[in-house]
Design a protein around this ligand. Structure first.
Ligand code: CA
Length: 229
């Protein structure tokens, strides 16, 4: 799954957590500017093109809320996610009121953190676009475009429509008639054309035949085997 490479400001004074997060975020090739100090964080925020900040609320030299207010007062606009160990609703509300965009309560799952960060960065960069994704296959629904491992694969408009329908109904049997309805609206058209297009799609999706994302279910139709999100 391709994600935008992020420049992340990490402000956390818990040494172990700071270390874990730096390692975790760095694994995805993100650039992490980590510190345990709010003062240092303010410098980083002005000196580096940060995409997103992770800020612990309990810091030794300044309250995390105070840090967020100061960042916002300086017109620094990158999205901020707050870490709170306390988990009470006042922390969350205060964090958001101070100018944070989101919060996570410790302990949290790393996948949860990564998902939130990516959502924040995509939203703030303004390039959130509806997509359906299954492993390396990503359909961009507004651009009507398929990428496989970040490479654009050229599809005819009918191939695209078939694939979109199969992926939207992943792991369910889709009949040829349903696909014909997608292509022709009124259900006309020759079921044989579906076979031809599905066979072309298979070659484009899986030239080596190793993944076989689309299976034929005899006398019933087709199924997209990978789960989509
Ligand atoms: Ca702390």
């Amino acid at each position: 799954m391709h994600e935008h490479i992020m420049k992340i400001l990490l402000v956390e004074d818990d040494k172990l957590l700071n270390h874990h997060l730096t390692t975790l975020l760095g694994e995805a090739q993100n650039q992490v500017h980590g510190t345990d100090s709010a003062q240092v964080a303010l410098h980083y925020a002005e000196d580096y093109p940060i995409d997103v900040a992770i800020i612990d609320l309990g810091l030794p030299d300044m309250d995390g809320l105070q840090l967020i207010r100061q960042l916002r007062e300086r017109q620094i606009a990158f999205p901020i996610i707050v870490l709170t160990a306390r988990g009470n609703w006042q922390d969350k509300v205060e964090g958001l009121e101070a100018g944070a965009d989101d919060y996570l309560v410790k302990p949290f799952q790393k996948d949860e953190l990564l998902a939130r960060l990516n959502a924040l960065v995509r939203r703030s960069a303004g390039f959130i676009s509806p997509r359906v994704q299954a492993g390396e296959y990503v359909l961009d629904l507004s651009r009507k475009e398929l990428t496989i491992a970040d490479e654009v694969v050229v599809l005819t408009s009918f191939e695209y429509l078939i694939l979109e329908y199969l992926m939207r109904n992943a792991r369910q049997v889709v009949s040829k008639q349903q696909l014909l309805d997608q292509l022709y609206g009124d259900g006309e058209g020759d079921p044989n054309t579906i076979e031809v297009m599905v066979s072309r799609l298979r070659k484009k999706l899986d030239p080596q035949g190793t993944i076989q994302p689309i299976s034929t279910i005899r006398r019933q139709g087709y199924i997209f085997n990978l789960s989509c999100s």
